[in-house]
Design a protein around this ligand. Structure first.
Ligand code: SF4
Length: 186
């Protein structure tokens, strides 16, 4: 694996995926379809130990609920590249639930939704933020005008941070309803 390829992989995949890929490259060697002349090689012990050289560790917390479990985030060139549990955190003591365990995927997952999408004619298509806001606000307004605000329910996400949950609650109240809950309760 040349330096550019390694760099590209290192910035896109988590540690476990990187180790798996490094293991695969080593196991398949020259017979692998990946092993196009000189493109792949087994990762060195040093690379397996730290695929993100020069990164720095930042102590932070998981934002997905008010427990605030400790995370040690690893940052390389301003990009969050890896996470570990903070073993010495006084609340979580090195434990995480499944939401906290992949908190890094909130920003790095390749399947993360990055743009508003709408399904039309059975197909998903990207729309602008302005169009999305316009469609959502007119729909909400027409429901409230016709049937009143209690014809809706606002359902929060388990991946919302505590601060986002606060805004979401305020938004429902301003819209005029107390019909708001958290998805974990259903
Ligand atoms: S890891 Fe789980 S329990 Fe801990 S703060 Fe995050 S969501 Fe809450």
């Amino acid at each position: 694996m040349n330096t550019d390829t390694k760099q590209a992989l290192s910035t896109k995949v988590g540690r476990r995926s990187f180790l798996k890929m490094a293991g695969l490259a080593g196991a398949f060697g020259a017979t692998s379809a990946f092993a196009t002349a000189g493109v792949t090689r087994a990762a060195t012990d040093e690379e397996v130990k730290n695929p993100f050289p020069g990164s720095k560790k930042v102590r932070t917390i998981c934002t997905a609920c008010s427990v605030g479990c400790g995370i040690t985030a690893e940052v390389q060139d301003g990009v969050w590249v890896r996470q570990e549990v903070a073993q010495d955190h006084p609340i979580s003591n090195g434990g995480h639930c499944c939401k906290g365990a992949d908190m890094i995927d909130m920003v790095r997952s390749e399947v993360r939704l990055k743009h508003p999408m709408v399904k039309e004619g059975g197909k998903w298509k990207r729309i602008s933020w302005d169009t999305a806001y316009e469609r959502i606000s007119s729909k909400l307004k027409s429901i409230r005008d016709k049937d009143g605000p209690d014809a809706t329910i606002f359902l929060g996400s388990a991946k919302m941070s505590t601060e986002q949950a606060y805004y979401f609650r305020k938004f429902a109240a301003m819209y005029g309803t107390n019909n708001i809950d958290h998805q974990a309760r259903i």
